[in-house]
Structures are given as structure tokens and as C-alpha cells.
Design a protein. Structure first.
Length: 124
């Protein structure tokens, strides 16, 4: 499992478009990891990209055909993930917001949530 955190390259007007622009930066890592693991002798059954924004998932799976009023002006360059899903190189799965391990990189966590994420990260 890998998680990333990066500054976005463009401004967006909603959380849906923000998640889609952020997902545009992920394919190189998502596609490289199974190739690396297979070169090390591990068999990869499935390659998944996790998404916590349910309104972004149809855009990633179906591309512009799922666009509505607010997302119809999105540039096609933000649909790289759609192309990879269509080719069968990866799948988009839903990950509830409370289970996003990447939150440890962007939010100050306390108590039980901090302890839970620390165990996941350290491998305990």
C-alpha cells in the first residue's frame, strides 16, 4: 500500500474536481508498483486505487460521460485514471474517509485515530 500527498498543480472549484485533479497525479505510482513487485517475484492479483470521494469515483470510472453541470468543463487531461481503468490496469475502490491512512500526512490526529494510524503505518 502506498499513499501520497502533493500540492495540486491547478485551482479547482469543488471537492469533486479537486479529487479528480489529485487523482491525475497518481497513475505513475499506481501503475509502477505492480510492475516492481512482479519483478521481485511477487504475483499481483489486483491493482486498486482507493478513493474517499464518492462523487469522483464515477468520473474516474466512466470519464466525461459521468460529468454533470459542475464538472462538464473539466479538461480531458484529468481523465488519465479513466483510461487506465478502461485498460484493466487498475480499479477504483471506495475507502471511507475515516479509514484514509493518508490523513496522517495532512491532518493533526489525536487519541484513538492517531493510535490506529500509527499501528497501520508502523505495521503493528
Amino acid at each position: 500500500m502506498q499513499s501520497t500527498s502533493a500540492k495540486q498543480k491547478s485551482s479547482t472549484s469543488s471537492s469533486t474536481t479537486s479529487e479528480l485533479v489529485g487523482a491525475d497525479q497518481v497513475p505513475p505510482v499506481v501503475l509502477w508498483t505492480p510492475l516492481f513487485m512482479e519483478a521481485q517475484g511477487h504475483r499481483i492479483k489486483e491493482n486498486k486505487a482507493w478513493q474517499d470521494n464518492k462523487s469522483t469515483m464515477p468520473l474516474e470510472n466512466n470519464g466525461k460521460t459521468s460529468s454533470g453541470k459542475r464538472t462538464r468543463a473539466l479538461n480531458t487531461r484529468h481523465f488519465v485514471m479513466t483510461d487506465q481503468v478502461g485498460r484493466g490496469n487498475c480499479a477504483i475502490e471506495c475507502c471511507p474517509t475515516d479509514d484514509v491512512v493518508g490523513d496522517h500526512m495532512t491532518k493533526g490526529l489525536q487519541g484513538v485515530k492517531f493510535a490506529t494510524f500509527r499501528k497501520k503505518i508502523v505495521g503493528m
